[in-house]
Design a protein around this ligand. Sequence first.
Ligand code: MRU
Length: 344
Amino acid sequence: MQTLSTTSLQVRDNQLWILDQQALPQKKIWCPTPDVAELVGHIKALRVRGAPLIGLSASLLLALLAENGLSKTELAEALEVLRASRPTAVNLMNNLDRMKQALAQENFVTALTFEALRLVEEDKALCDNIATAGAKLITPGSRLLTHCNTGGLATAGVGTALGVISRGWQEGNVANVWVDETRPLLQGGRLTAWELGELGVPYRLICDSMAASLMAQKQVDAIWVGADRIAANGDVANKIGTYSLAVLANYHGIPFYVAAPHTTLDPACPDGSAIPIEQRAASEVTGVAGSFGDVQWAPEDAQVYNPAFDVTPAALISGWVLDTGVVTPAQVEAGIFQPSRPTA
Ligand code: MRU
């Protein structure tokens, strides 16, 4: 395969390399990813993370394995193992459905490479279109709040919600970005803060619990988040803590926008209650782990609840900003995300 380089993925020497997002920003470590077990390990440990990036890394690895001689049967098995690596982000399943179609072709090696590279190129364009659509909603002097990481690290392009924010800043309309640190894995404190710093966008890092008082003080003009899955009724699964922000935004009359590519839509999923929510290890809550070392503060036998995502009901969302444009609550209520039914 040709060489390829995005913020957090590379293909070189016929191998996939991923930028370890658990080590950032203290260390910039590129990890070789020679096989499915390695990639599944990276995905489960969130070294590879973010809904679009998970799907792209799985697709690229499949194509590389095909080029390296795996049989059709072995590739079909690999595809299903990758599909099960994280349950909530539907981009993974959507991308792998397309790779499965490529695998069904007679010339499957060429077809898989073509499809994986096309998915990467498409993702860049999707991000760009989301940024264009979303930036139109940002008014001059905006103080925006974001949660988790939705930037170039999480996609092949400029990102989703963070792409909108950085485009808004380039257009001169963003005064400040409030960055939720995003416990327990600190994607905001480690990754979004780093990305905004690299881009030169002014930001201030806050603990998640500080967002409410900022809203009460009228310091937040709009909230922008990404999505891991959008159900047919518009409910959105995203990083744990998103729902509380939406409730707060609603109470304070602050617009709450979700930015995502159409590959995050799941028309087969009727509403948020049908979205599988990944439960993660207790150790992520009893302390922290990372390139700065491991610390545990909770008692050894502490019982923990650690869902990686929550569901924000459609009623709390002001707009779904997709690559196809801005979808309004009225359009969602009228069924724009519902599966298209054959006309009688
Ligand atoms: O657990 P993570 O870090 O993969 O969660 C990521 C998010 O929740 C993002 O908001 C979402 O995947 C969109 S990334 C463009």
